[in-house]
Design a protein around this ligand. Structure first.
Ligand code: KIV
Ligand code: ZN
Length: 501
């Protein structure tokens, strides 16, 4: 049976201790409130014996902790630390002391310089002492620091941990304090420990990200029965950080696990944490990086555009709204194609057609070869140049009304000048009539006027979009802008004629 994951956040402790400028109480409170909004089940608020500032922060925030969230303070397996932690968390409805000591051969020989039998006694005594300082509803968590390095003495460590459980620890945390090996090595150890402990003991994992596999290791540990997942916001923590909470939450969600978090708060939280910690989010960071939903190659852009309405996108690992992000973003570079132009410019009032996108793609591509990714504004410039003022054999000289339903159209085709009178029901009809009389018959297929505000410094109230064809079956969608509707129509027709010739 897999239990619901228990998200135990260590941002305010492991994350904080690795900051260049650790947070004060006020700063911690900002992150603390974000954690509550995210809905984590437990928060390790700090290391009360590390400094008076951290003691005060833990004590203050433990007092603000909602009833259903565990308030935890870290303590080495020494009396002073345990007493400080007990004092700091005592106001919480769910107080927890988290005590730890290393049991790995390297740590025993060089750091603690004690045999495991002695360390086991320290661990058992510390847990019993911590338990004695807490109210009946308080909990003790015990961590075997450097658990992943206990490969050679795992059986003895398991024996020791069984004693620790008897002394009162109800949560056993297995840290991958320094990630050195493949995840499977760690998973085998987690499984062995899980099987050696009573069912009612919660097994936790706490993975560091030295080799970039902390999230994977944490997730797979969950499926082996470690239900408390120790994570941090933005993956903050010692060295390369701790397991990133967002990654774990989303992959579990994608794997149909009921994730007890308000995941839509993830993106906003990530930005705030980056700001507060001074640790910027790398643009390629999974989920929350600025590029995490960006597509630049034509093939990916095409697949993304065709599947943007689906839950599962061709090149998208998660639904952006799940974590509170906006939709996928297409960036136009020399690797991109017509789909990007079409999609990007359709977010403007101009509603470009695919035919126009195809037309301007080569021009945009060569501009991008030189400039790199083109901004929307640059694409618009190209669009205006290529579509709104199409140069060619047809040159409009003048178009004016001379009487009711009667217009004069002057234009050049190559070297020849035409001065025609057109009549009709309105200016567009009259223009088509004049062109017909000049020997250029056109069929109007669709006509649309789009009201525009001032765009790009062009004082234009109207944009005409005219779809028409020639007698030999060629069709075009052409457009133009002007503050006179009549001029916009005629300009659009001439743009279209030049596109067709
Ligand atoms: O990484 C670690 O081993 C720790 C312990 C204190 C749990 O942070
Ligand atoms: Zn740690």
């Amino acid at each position: 049976m897999t239990r619901q994951p228990f998200f135990y956040d260590v941002t305010l402790r492991d994350g904080n201790q690795a900051l260049k400028k650790p947070w004060n109480t006020e700063e911690k409170e900002i992150i603390f409130k974000r954690l509550l909004k995210l809905g984590v089940q437990g928060i390790e608020i700090g290391f009360p014996s590390a400094s008076d500032m951290d003691f005060e922060a833990v004590q203050y925030l433990a007092g603000l902790m909602p009833e259903n969230v565990v308030a935890s303070g870290l303590a080495r397996a020494v009396k002073y630390d345990i007493e400080r932690a007990a004092q700091a968390v005592k106001e919480a409805s769910k107080p927890r002391i988290h005590t730890f000591i290393a049991m790995n051969p390297l740590g025993l020989e060089y750091v603690l310089q004690k045999p495991l039998s002695e360390v086991k006694k320290i661990a058992v005594d510390s847990v019993a002492y911590a338990k004695s300082l807490l109210p009946e509803y308080g909990e003790v968590q015990f961590s075997i620091e450097h658990f992943a390095d206990c490969r050679e003495n795992l059986d003895e460590v398991i024996d020791a941990v069984q004693e620790v459980v008897k002394a009162g620890a109800s949560i056993i945390n297995l840290p991958n304090t320094v990630e050195r090996f493949r995840p499977m090595e760690f998973l085998r150890m987690v499984e062995k420990m899980r099987n050696a402990l009573p069912e009612e003991v919660t097994v936790a994992v706490h993975c560091h990200n030295d080799l970039g596999m902390a999230s994977a290791t944490t997730v797979e540990s969950y499926f082996l029965g470690a239900t408390q997942l120790e994570c941090s916001l933005n993956g903050l923590g010692e060295r390369s950080g701790n397991t990133n909470m967002y990654e774990v939450a989303v992959v579990l969600h994608n794997s149909d696990v009921d994730v007890p978090l308000n995941m839509s708060k993830i993106y906003g939280t990530a930005l705030r944490v980056a700001e507060m910690s001074g640790v910027p989010i790398w643009e390629k960071a999974p989920l929350v990086g600025s590029d995490a939903l960006a597509h630049r190659s034509g093939i990916h852009q095409d697949g993304a555009a065709k599947t943007k309405h689906l839950k599962k996108g061709a090149y998208r690992a998660f639904e952006p709204s799940l974590i509170g992000r906006e939709d996928e973003k297409l960036g136009f570079t020399s690797q991109s194609g017509k789909t990007a132009i079409y999609e990007i410019l359709n977010t403007t009032p101009y509603k470009i057609t695919m035919q126009e996108a195809i037309r301007i793609a080569p021009v945009a591509k060569s501009a991008a070869e030189e400039l790199g990714e083109l901004s929307k504004e640059k694409l618009l410039d190209i669009y205006f140049d290529e579509v709104f003022t199409v140069k060619g054999a047809f040159k409009l000289i003048d178009f004016k009304q001379i009487a009711d339903s009667k217009f004069n159209l002057e234009f050049k085709y190559g070297e020849k000048t035409f001065d025609m009178i057109g009549t009709g029901d309105g200016n567009l009809d009259a223009c088509l009539d004049a062109l017909d009389k000049a020997g250029f018959p056109l069929n109007l297929i669709h006509y649309e006027q789009v009201a525009l505000n001032e765009e790009k410094g062009v004082k234009a109230d109207a944009m005409s979009v005219i779809h028409f064809g020639t007698e030999d079956g060629k069709t075009v969608v052409a457009r133009a802008m002007d503050n006179s509707t009549a001029k916009a129509n005629v300009k659009a027709i001439f743009n279209g004629l030049n596109l067709l010739k």
